[in-house]
Design a protein around this ligand. Structure first.
Ligand SMILES: Nc1ncnc2c1ncn2[C@@H]1O[C@H](COP(=O)(O)OP(=O)(O)OP(=O)(O)O)[C@@H](O)[C@H]1O
Length: 213
């Protein structure tokens, strides 16, 4: 998969959050979007994922062995995202939630739902409603939903939110085991969340241009 941003800019009302981003994101590489609180990391991640319109410029999505171009309306089929602002369906148990999710976005074909539940260490809570989960347990579910979806691109916004040391280790394990040949983009200001990323993009580089234009 390849995502290309061409002259991408986003503003809210009169404030440009970023401008003039020319960047390619290519499968097999892991990218970090870094910057302080409120700098626009989540906004950029949503623009990349096609979940938020940009204010200027364009995004191009290509997938498959022939790198066929995908219309932005269909990009969601190729992309999964875990983010603090995305809610789980808390009335469901974990088992129900994963079964439900899998109907819309299938999981990696080598894995059964029980394997996914075991992989995130929530076997004993599989039949408990998610609303009774701790914040760290919910974060594990969000990571599973994104990383185990059978898509070429995984977007992770502050992936270690609420995770304890074991949860952080699990996160890195999931990345090592399941994300090698995929396109991974992490939005974070915490180095331990993106230490595996070889490409680091500082949103501040695109804010200077935003404020001087
Ligand atoms: N829907 C919106 N309408 C207006 N302003 C918004 C909207 N969404 C975000 N913003 C503003 O855009 C800026 C960037 O927000 P964003 O959430 O992308 O930052 P961030 O770098 O991800 O922050 P954090 O590290 O705190 O999560 C902030 O000033 C925020 O208030």
């Amino acid at each position: 998969m390849k995502i290309s941003l061409i002259n991408a800019g986003k503003r809210f009302n009169r404030d440009w959050i970023f401008r003039n981003i020319h960047q390619e994101f290519i499968s097999g590489l892991a990218y970090a979007i870094t910057g302080p609180n409120g700098s626009g990391k989540s906004t950029l991640l949503q623009v990349i994922g096609g979940a938020m319109m940009m204010s200027e410029g364009e995004a191009k999505y290509e997938a498959g062995s022939r790198k066929s171009e995908i219309h932005i309306d269909q990009a969601f089929r190729y992309i999964s995202i875990a983010a603090p602002y995305l809610e789980l369906i808390e009335e469901m148990t974990l088992l129900e939630f994963l079964q439900f999710h899998g109907q819309f976005k299938p999981f990696l074909s080598s894995l059964k739902i029980q394997d996914i539940i075991s992989a995130i260490g929530l076997k004993s809570a599989a039949n408990k409603q998610i609303r009774f989960y701790s914040s760290g347990m919910k974060q594990r579910v969000k990571l599973a939903q994104a990383i185990f979806s059978d898509v070429p691109c995984v977007l992770l916004d502050e992936p270690c939110t609420n995770l304890d040391a074991a949860g952080i280790e699990l996160y890195h394990q999931l990345i090592r085991d399941h994300c090698n040949n995929r396109l991974v983009i992490v939005s974070s200001n915490d180095e331990q969340e993106y230490k595996f990323c070889t490409e680091v993009i500082s949103i501040l580089d695109y804010k200077r241009q935003a404020s001087s234009n």
